[in-house]
Design a protein. Sequence first.
Length: 448
Amino acid sequence: MRLDKIIARGRIVELHSTTMKGALEELLAVSAAKFPDLKAEPLLKGLLARENTMTTYLGAGVALPHVRLKMGRRYMLAIGRSRAGLRHDGGKEDDKIHLILMLLADERARDYLQLLASIARLVKEPDLVRSLVDAPTPADLYERLLAGFGGLLARPVQAQQNRVNRLILRAADRVARGAGCAAVMIFGDTFISGIEPGAWFPHSKTILVTRNLVEPGDDPKGFAEVIQVRSFSTQRMAQLRSAILVALTRGTIAFTDRVCCVDGMTGSNQFDTIVVVDVEREFHALRAGHAELLPEDVKPEVLERVVAVATELAVEGREGRPVGCLFVVGDTARVEKLTKPLVLNPFYGYKEEDRNILSPFMDETVKEFSTIDGAFIIRGDGVVESAGSLIQATDSSHALPSGLGSRHAAAAAISVAAKCISIVVSSSTSQVALFRRGVMLPLTEKRR
């Protein structure tokens, strides 16, 4: 669903209240005016109850209160702006809420958390938020919202068709057909403002790999699939292995496929590299003779989100210090028999919806608890069951590369003892590695 489909000009208001409760009352009033089946009082109670349990403040002056209910439409978004700013619990004196995006979602909407995450990612862009807060009128704010929410990539432009780019693209097309490649993978971060494929590869499935924000289900014209893989590396094609892993879990490519990859230095506006990847050869150890890579109970979007959080932790650390942590995803019933708590479970007692890794409000929570010894246990649907769990599984059938410690040994062992995937962030090298059936797949390079 495109985010601009749930925005209406009449539900964008200038807020007069100085409290979150008053602001929500104003937003509910404009929402219920057109839809009499919406009852403001119970909705307000639900929104405030969530606010008391877990703050919906995203930072940068933006809050995203949300609630689920039975209603005749999947989603409704009401937006309020306060130029003076609202105070919020836990905020600093100069840290006020200037923009409130209130999302109402039907109980049957399946992509609720994914939509929340998309909105949250978009309004974390400082330039977009600043333009919304500074818009002269609500009408201008509406137009800027459409521009910000309607665009899938920041300012997409056609790749510069200079002589070298034309040569690379023609050569890649010939290589892809000659090598029998099932797909061509374009690394879009080569171009500063994004790219549109045009008719580069008319005979091949084209996949765009980018670190830019992409809304679920709305892929740029000309691409069969768009894969968002954040990369903090200056090395060429640092996103390659993670991108192929995501494509495999989504079913976009198969183990028996070859993929032609076209890349260049990030931000150079110049393609300069063509690589053909034999997927079976690259991932044969990880597959270990099995047909599937992803455990049957693990959703692809959950694995993608855990990898993203792990990558961010590897780069950012906590309070300027590197951290090491372990995520175990899937086959929770079996995993829990092989673990024991090291600390009181910080996720105990919360609603499943509020402790799902797909929720944008979980990012900072997970990162904060990453400093606790032990592992995160995550269900295949994304619900975080516990943190600070000690893995008690052992495995002597797989030899780990030298230099790896107990965290990697535990990750390998649990991936053999249960039908799960484990992801490790190394505290010493900041490398992110994935384990499946005891086999390690590095997803990022080691820090020098």
